[in-house]
Write a protein that binds this ligand. Sequence first.
Ligand code: ADP
Ligand code: MG
Length: 342
Amino acid sequence: MNILFLMDSWDKIDPESDSTIRLIHEGVSRKHTVALATVHNLTMRESSALAFCQVFVKSDTVPANIKTFYTKARFRKVKLPLGGFDAIIMRSNPPLNVTALNFLDSVRDDVFIMNDIDGLRIANNKLYTSSFDDPHNRFIPKTYVSKTPDYLESVLEASATDKMIMKPLDGYGGSGVIMVEKQAIASFHSLLEFYISNNDRGNYVILQEYVEGAEQGDVRILMLNGDPIGAMKRIPASGEVRSNVHAGGSVVKHSLNKTEKELCKLIGPKLVRDGLYFVGIDVINGKLIEVNVLSPGGIMRINKLNRTKLQVKVIDFIENVVNAKETIQARKTEFMKAIEDA
Ligand SMILES: Nc1ncnc2c1ncn2[C@@H]1O[C@H](COP(=O)(O)OP(=O)(O)O)[C@@H](O)[C@H]1O
Ligand SMILES: [Mg+2]
């Protein structure tokens, strides 16, 4: 199989904790042809999309240790047509590079793209959770999104609870996530102006109901093809509202409880319908806080806690999809030949 990882720079990877390198390692270990490129390496030549790639030089033995694999990796630099890949795995961090999707549009019928381009378009920021049908906020916290400071101020004033969470629409790793309190409303307008207006067009801001129990942490669940494959609990550092590991959160083993399993069952079919085959969801007290679709992380930590190798499942899934596509194509060719020969 030929796999292209569209990702951030290889040189910036932390092999200790990175999820993408675990997927790459699994692909290379299975002797697939694995190429890497960033979204800035895409190019178009006479309507053919290509990428300046780093292709792994194949060797008989692939180091089992990820850090050794990282330091020993050797590449050839070549320009390759995107349409020649069996699978393109999108693994670059938010915000979404929309232009990259335009390059991929031209090969979407020929290549399995994970996650699907349309899925990435509709789910690349935190508005996506609002597209789940949940009129009574059973599993989606009350969420308000706006660029209008006066409106957001009135939301906080009218809030049934004293505190709310404020965050940027397309942040990640906990950046910009803060708690706002009614008693500090005097500074709220200035804070909103800062969040909204640090460029000409302004940024959308989210105000969200503070989900009770968040002090004890949140649960990161990795979902593959609509089903949970692994989870961990992230506990915030003391005095911190964010559970993200990048914000100092620590991780502990976690088995999904009944509510969390139900949540996965509720949202799984829509994720698959939207082409969101591999995602990381953040859940607090059974409520869905966020669906990470661009480059969900947590593989290394969940593996360590549960002695699993989730990358095996992900690459198995990609192989199955590609094999199924090939079987369909072979049948089609056979049938076409039967018609031509008739
Ligand atoms: N509505 C909320 N109630 C309580 N805590 C929250 C809420 N939203 C976010 N948090 C905390 O902040 C963290 C980061 O928020 P999240 O929406 O996942 O943004 P990011 O994309 O930056 O990870 C969450 O993991 C959680 O610990
Ligand atoms: Mg998150």
